[in-house]
Structures are given as C-alpha cells and as structure tokens.
Design a protein around this ligand. Structure first.
Ligand code: ATP
Ligand code: MG
Ligand code: MG
Ligand code: MG
Length: 473
C-alpha cells in the first residue's frame, strides 16, 4: 500500500529512502529552476511539499498541474538538516521528486469550483459534493470521525451494550409536529399506501424502543440518524441528524444522568487534549497552521475543549432558577424575557451558558407541560425530572430524563394528553412486566462537533446536510 500522509507522520520513513505518495494538488509555485507542489490526501490537515527540479520532469505536465489535480509522486524524504534543505512545513521536511517522478492521475477542468485559494464559507457550503476537499471542512469531518470512535470506546469501557432500535416506527414519542410520515407512493393501488398497515414514520428518537431494550439488557446505547421536518432555518437544526441515545436501568435521579453526561464529555475532551501524537492528532488538525481555520475559530474550539477538560463540575440550575436569572438580567432579548412556563429560546440558552456561566450548564426540572408524556413527574407535581445540557456557541446539545415507570401514572398521562393509547400499548406493557426506575438521554452528535470544532453552522459538520427545501446530491 502506498502510505498516506498520516502514515508518514506516525511512522516516519528514514531520510533519503525512496517512497511514493499520492494526493491532490492544493498549491503550486513555479520558479525558474525548481517548482514546489503542495499535495494533501485527506488523512490529515498537513500537506506535504514536493520539490521538483524543472529539468527532470516533462515541462508540459508541470505546466498543467493545477489546484485539484490528483498526482502520484516518487521521490525521497529530504533530510531537513542537510545543507541545501528547503526546510518546508511538514515536520520540517519535503519530498524531493525523482527523475520523471510526477505522474498525473486525474486532471482538472477549467470550471473546477474550488480552483481559487481563498473561498468564503457560504460558497463552500453551496458545494456539498466538494466541500470536504477544503481544509476547514475536512478537519471538521476528521474530528467527527475521531469523536465517533471515542464515544464507542467510552461506552465500551462503561460496560454498555450497543444495540440497534428500528428507524421506522409507528409512534411519535416526542409528540411534535416534525415527524416524517412514510407512504408507498409508487404503487397505484391506494390500499397499499400503508405499507405497514398502520401509519408509520421515520424515527424522531429511538428512546421508546431503547427503553424496551434496557428492560433486559440493562444499560444500552445506540447511535443512529434521526429525522425531523424542521421548518425553521437555524444553524443547529437538520432534518436528518445523528443522535447518540443511552438508557440506564435502575437509576432514579436526574443527577445520575447529568453526572454520566459530564463524564462522557470530559472523556472526549481528555482524549483530544492528551492524544496529540496518536493517529487522530485532532489538536494539530484543528489548531495547526494548515487547517485553514480562522484564528477566532481555533481559539473558540480550544476554549471549549479546555473548558470541558479542566472544569471540576459543570454547573447545574433548575429551570425555575434559570427563569429568575433571565428575568433579572439586563439583556435585551430579541424575543423578550421568558416567564415561568415558557420554553427557553436559543438566545436564552446561549445567554445562560455564555454570559452567566461561561461554561456548559445543566438546566434541570422543566415544567411538565413543556415536555413529552413519558417523563417522571417531580413531587411538586409541576415539573419533571429532566435536564438539558446547554453549551456556549450552540445552546442545547443533550436532553434527557427519568422515565415514568408506574403503569397507572403513565396511562393517566397518555389519556390526559389524548394520545392514541393503542399505539403505545407495548410501551405501557413494559410497566407491567418487572418495571424498574430508569432514564436516559439523547446527544445531538452534529451539535457536539459544532461545539468542540467551533463551527458556526451545523451544515458544515455533516456531509450532505438535509434541511427544508434542500436535499442536494
Ligand atoms: P431543540 O430544542 O434544539 O429543537 P429538541 O429539544 O427538540 O432540540 P430533543 O428532542 O431533546 O431535541 O433531542 C435530543 C438532542 O438531539 C437535542 O439535545 C439536540 O442535540 C439534538 N437535536 C434535536 N433536534 C435536532 C435537529 N433538528 N438537528 C440536529 N440535532 C438535533
Ligand atoms: Mg426541537
Ligand atoms: Mg429543546
Ligand atoms: Mg430537548
């Protein structure tokens, strides 16, 4: 196998040893005697500089090398301490090209949309099939890959069972209007439009099935897409997003959930901070000179990761306290100040974690009427045992709760809300067969990447974002 650039860093070849690399050209500089070609291959944000003696390669080939071309290069790694070293950026060395050592793999047509060196994020966002070829988006996608792996590692260490609840469901557990209904439209016979006999939907959350699985497997988790027809155009909502959901049996208190979530985020932050030299090299990737991220983005990402890493405990406030804080603030909110019973808008969430706490903050015990039917009611009879985790720059990234375990109370709530009890019979039955106190949460994975990567828009952290009115490629 031809090494990728990340292999050259983690497993450096010796100087003057012959090697081959492949990648895409991201910059060329042609001087009279020597040309410099920077190539990257997606494995990390560093690019390698190829030094070419103009007399040793076909001049036509050299002339046609443009940004975006894919090439293969044969050469050797230059000793950075040698007298005529070019001393370039990648770990202070370059690859010196052998005679006829550059081979063109794929050329680039003149209308290549990324041919310019400096491009605006808005423009890059409009190119979903190409955007990951830019340094910034590629580094966010590598962060995504690394955190996906670390989350698996964390749940494995915590002895959770990974499981796979269905994505096609017959119940709308969140009770919202954002649900996508499934229809078999290609069949002319109207009778068959209900493919599963009953109304069926794309899941908005796998929670109800996850609860069923936890009644038997104990602590379970899953990581899968969720679908919501979000009609407002925001920087934190997608119609297809990735959610990590976990459910724990035999827990009784919302603080057990917040402690667990805190531990999970601190684990992730620690792997980023401490693993500078392993294959992920997230820090270099996100904060190195090569990532083409703005200084502001780099600083916020570093601040977010360091904050989570260094904070002893995340602050916890009740919803009622949060409302008081907002009422007493002198901030001029676009939507005004919320009163007890109102849901917190994104600007309120951001005010709390950015201005008041300057850190992630758990808000617990929201009013019952704001939350879905399955949450366990607190002794005040007005609030439920739930939490949202709010983080600077994004707002809510996790929502969780203790679930009502008692059959009669749950049944009464379903009736009170005039929900279709028949669809939820199987769910209610869980409360008749060895019911135990339990609870869980859902983490928006794309929002987590937004937070740790300090990406201003959720559309930049996911390939091919799906939002209302747009489903390109
Ligand atoms: P919001 O208030 O931002 O609309 P929510 O309260 O509707 O979120 P939950 O039902 O609590 O969301 O889902 C759990 C988590 O899933 C959220 O905390 C969030 O991180 C994530 N999430 C929810 N909706 C979306 C979406 N449309 N796009 C991306 N992530 C989402
Ligand atoms: Mg929502
Ligand atoms: Mg919410
Ligand atoms: Mg929520």
């Amino acid at each position: 196998l031809i090494p990728r650039l990340s292999d050259l860093i983690s497993n450096p070849p010796s100087f003057n040893q012959s090697l081959r690399v492949r990648g895409w050209v991201n910059k060329t500089r042609k001087h009279k005697k020597t040309s410099f070609i920077n190539i990257s291959d997606g494995s990390l944000s560093l690019w390698v500089q190829i030094v070419v003696d103009n007399d040793l390669v076909d001049p036509d080939l050299l002339k046609n090398l443009k940004i975006g071309c894919s090439i293969e290069v044969e050469g050797y790694l230059e000793d950075p301490n040698s007298e005529n070293s070019f001393n370039s950026k990648i770990e202070n060395t370059s690859i010196v090209c052998s005679k006829n050592g550059v081979g063109l793999i794929g050329s680039v047509d003149n209308d290549y949309p990324l041919a310019n060196f400096r491009l605006l994020n808005d423009y890059i966002r409009s190119l979903p099939t190409l955007k990951h070829r830019t340094g910034r988006v590629a580094s966010l996608f590598r962060l995504r890959s690394a955190l996906d792996y670390r989350l698996h590692e964390f749940f494995q260490k915590e002895n959770f069972i990974k499981t796979n609840p269905p994505l096609i469901t017959t119940s709308n557990c969140e009770g919202g209007s954002e649900i996508f209904q499934i229809e078999k439209t290609l069949d002319a016979k109207p009778k068959l439009s209900h493919f599963f006999k009953d109304d069926s939907y794309l899941t908005v959350s796998t929670q109800l099935h996850l609860e069923a699985l936890s009644m038997g497997l104990g602590n379970v988790w899953t990581f899968s897409p969720s679908f919501r027809a979000e009609e407002s155009d925001t920087r934190r909502h997608l119609s297809e997003f990735w959610m990590l959901e976990a459910e724990m049996a035999f827990i009784t208190d919302v603080r057990q959930l917040t402690d667990f979530c805190e531990k999970m985020l601190k684990y992730l932050a620690r792997t980023i901070v401490e693993n500078k030299t392993d294959q992920f090299m997230i820090l270099d990737d996100l904060f190195g000179d090569h990532s083409r991220r703005t200084d502001e983005e780099k600083e916020s990402a570093l601040a977010a990761i360091n904050k989570v890493h260094s904070l002893e405990k995340f602050p916890v406030v009740t919803y009622t306290q949060a409302i008081k804080i907002l009422e007493n603030s002198s901030e001029d909110f676009k939507f005004g100040k919320p009163q007890w019973g109102d849901d917190l808008k994104s600007e309120h969430e951001k005010y709390l974690c950015e201005k008041v706490y300057d850190s992630p903050v758990f808000v617990i015990n929201y009013p019952k009427k704001l939350k879905p039917f399955y949450m366990s009611v607190n002794s005040d009879n007005n609030t439920v045992a739930c939490f949202d985790l709010l983080v600077p720059g994004v707002g809510e990234i996790i929502g969780g709760s203790i679930r009502e375990e008692n059959y009669d109370l749950l049944k009464a709530e379903i009736t009170r809300r005039k929900m279709k009890a028949k669809d939820l019979e199987w769910y209610l039955d869980l409360r008749r067969f060895g019911s135990v106190p339990h609870g869980g949460f859902g983490l928006g994975f794309d929002r987590l990447i937004r937070y740790f990567g300090a990406a201003g828009n959720i559309r930049d952290v996911i390939p091919f974002p799906r939002v209302q009115g747009k489903c390109p490629a």
